[in-house]
Design a protein around this ligand. Structure first.
Ligand SMILES: Cc1cc2nc3c(=O)[nH]c(=O)nc-3n(C[C@H](O)[C@H](O)[C@H](O)COP(=O)(O)O)c2cc1C
Length: 235
């Protein structure tokens, strides 16, 4: 099998200027809902989704990771790094994710708060690219989210010095057991080095795959008066 010969034609649908919401967060929410199958309309479509979900449940497969997004940051020398994190909220302020503030990404964001996110929803043949400045969420908001996490994950937040070298798996599990014992019978508080970030978009691009690689791309750019300029980009 040649990797270079693997290719796919994108022909599901198009994206026109008249399809777009004036506000990119509203546009993002609409695409997200479609990727989640929530905007099912019509009896046949509803039936197909129900059938798909039944088959999915029977096969034990997890649904597509809709909230997974690549997050790119930069070190002090301008060298980029990227990894996947999960979107945990989106509102008029921007895109929210949670992580360890002392991880590699946390250290890079402390030096340079500019970052980029990429979502790829393959079933819809869609990509959304976001760029902007990242700030820490207010502690009360991180506390509220931390409380909602399963206890094991809350313990792991204490046990993992994210991005640091660890001797072996046993050392990691030992650390987890130690923190589990430390908080036995108690609420697990949020570590001060763990919490949320908010990426406030300066730019959001919506990409819809089209035949012959003549894809549709629209970019929203935030203007000084906080309105959004929308432009079609060449694929
Ligand atoms: C599907 C998926 C979801 C992930 N979600 C998160 C997340 O929400 N927060 C996080 O800190 N790491 C998450 N990770 C792990 C990160 O990709 C990464 O390994 C970790 O954050 C350390 O990154 P860093 O060393 O670049 O800081 C996820 C990984 C995958 C594959």
């Amino acid at each position: 099998m040649s990797i270079a010969d693997l290719r796919r034609e994108y022909n599901l649908t198009g994206l026109r200027r008249s399809d777009l919401e004036a506000d990119p967060i509203a546009q993002f929410k609409r695409w997200f809902a479609q990727a989640a199958g929530a905007r099912a309309s019509g009896r046949v479509r509803k039936f197909c989704i129900k059938l798909y979900k039944t088959l999915l449940a029977a096969s034990g497969a997890e649904p597509m990771d809709l909230t997974a997004m690549s997050l790119a940051t930069m070190d002090a020398e301008g060298r980029p790094s990227a990894r996947v994190v999960l979107l945990k909220g989106v509102d008029q302020r921007g895109f929210i994710f949670y992580t360890n503030y002392e991880s590699r990404k946390g250290q890079e964001l402390a030096l340079n708060p500019q970052a980029a996110l990429v979502f790829y929803w393959s079933e819809q043949e869609r990509q959304v690219c976001v760029a902007g400045e990242v700030t820490k969420l207010p502690p009360a908001e991180s506390d509220a989210y931390f409380k909602s996490r399963p206890r094991g994950s809350r313990i792991a937040a204490w046990a993992s010095q994210q991005s640091a070298v660890v001797r072996d798996r046993a050392a990691l599990e030992e650390k987890w057991q130690q923190w589990e014992a430390q908080y036995a019978g108690q609420e697990v508080p949020r570590p001060p080095f763990w919490g949320g970030y908010l990426l406030s978009p300066a730019r959001i691009e919506f990409w819809q795959g089209r035949p012959n690689r003549l894809h549709d791309r629209f970019r929203y750019t935030r203007q000084p008066d906080q309105s959004w300029r929308i432009e079609r980009l060449s694929p």
